[in-house]
Write a protein that binds this ligand. Structure first.
Ligand code: TRP
Ligand code: SF4
Length: 363
């Protein structure tokens, strides 16, 4: 099995843990001081070397977080997960390095650098700020790949450490793959290693929180970091992997499929309405649901509560239980979840305008 970072396929998380050497996040959960909601609830399901980050986060010692965004379309509610994780790391005192992958968007999606910059500012950075991440902090470095000369120099050195056979084995590239597409992941390797160059303070622990589709890049980076260790002192970066959010129709939530996604630009009313169209784990009839109970673990509504809308673990497990024993019915459950989504969007939208002004000043 090959993971293709540029395709949108469903994944079997257990297989990934077993086949690719990704470790179960659950096994280290109890070593973490105040783990985040996504950690506690198993949304972050896997990691590589995260045990090296734990003591640093627990004691607020120096480490860096790298996670990038490819500005290729509208942000949806699933993208909020990355922001939530970054907020958690910021509280732990980490420095954040946030590449905007305009070169990747150009190479893999055919989006012009100008367009990518516009999307990055108006969509990504605006929403990152509106969702509560302080991008103006001196512990945060947001940059466009195409404007970062240190990054490009590092990419050049990195490309000395990889050959076509490896790139083919990891990504399935063929002789007809265009070279920019082959170069893009090397740029991403540089994104992940750049916090460790002398200009950025030298070698340090880095963690990369991403969706599991990005793991091929991590495998390449870890391999190259090892090869460059002797000369540059690079430490192998750690990573965490989160599950994808399910789309409203039950498959993947995808920016390019409006029926599956709640966009961060949707009005609060629209967001609420969309919640009510989501596929549930309810039964055919009311009578059947009362008798057999619902299936919260197969329910998009329940997942929204888990990922985004309910802070209290107790309330969440109460809903789980009442759904399963048939006392909670989908109508009421949807109405409540819709209301919570609306509130989230009201808050988000009240902040977007100011956020955009700040976003415009970032570069
Ligand atoms: N490839 C990532 C995406 O498709 C974006 C990205 C670029 C990234 N550089 C990165 C992610 C560094 C993690 C770390 O969204
Ligand atoms: Fe989903 Fe709620 Fe229906 Fe249970 S009651 S299946 S959690 S919508």
């Amino acid at each position: 099995m090959l993971i293709d970072p540029w395709a949108s396929s469903q994944v079997d998380y257990d297989k990934l843990v077993n086949q690719f050497g990704i470790k179960k996040f659950q096994d280290i959960l109890n070593t973490i001081n105040k783990p985040s909601r996504l950690m506690r609830r198993g949304v972050i399901f896997g990691h590589r070397d995260f045990e090296k980050i734990v003591p640093l986060a627990n004691q607020k010692k120096e480490f860096a977080v790298v996670t990038g965004m490819m500005p290729s379309g509208q942000m949806h509610i699933g993208h909020k997960m990355v922001v939530d994780q970054l907020k958690w790391y910021a509280e732990k005192g980490a420095t954040l390095s946030l590449p905007i992958a305009d070169m990747e968007a150009y190479a893999a999606r055919g989006i012009s650098l100008e367009k990518a910059k516009e999307i990055a500012i108006n969509e990504y950075l605006t929403n990152y700020i509106a969702l509560g991440l302080d991008l103006t902090s001196d512990k945060v470095d947001v940059y466009l790949q195409s404007q970062n000369n240190l990054l490009k120099d590092l990419t050049f050195k990195i490309s000395k450490r990889a050959n076509f056979n490896e790139m083919k084995a990891i990504y399935g590239f063929t002789p007809s793959t265009n070279l920019a597409h082959i170069y893009a992941p090397l740029t991403q390797v540089a994104d992940i290693l750049i916090p460790q160059i002398p200009e950025k303070g030298g070698p340090k622990q880095v963690v990369v929180p991403v969706g599991v589709d990005q793991d091929p890049h991590l495998r390449l980076t870890r391999d190259i970091a090892d090869k460059m260790n002797e000369e540059y002192g690079f430490i192998t970066p750690a990573s965490t992997y989160h599950r994808f959010i399910t789309g409203l129709t039950g498959g993947k939530m995808s920016s390019s499929k409006p029926k599956t996604a709640i966009y961060l630009n949707d009005s609060p009313e629209e967001a609420e309405k969309k919640v009510k169209t989501a596929k549930t784990g309810g039964r055919e009839s009311l009578a059947e649901q009362k008798e057999l109970g619902g299936r919260p673990d197969e329910c998009v509504i329940y997942e929204m509560l888990v990922y985004h809308l309910l802070d209290s673990d107790e309330e969440l497990s109460k809903i789980h239980e009442e759904c399963k024993n048939g006392t909670l019915l989908c109508g009421a459950c949807k109405a409540r979840t819709g209301e919570l989504m609306k509130e989230l969007f009201e808050d988000l939208h009240s902040k977007q305008e100011d956020a955009k002004e700040i976003a415009k000043t970032l570069f």
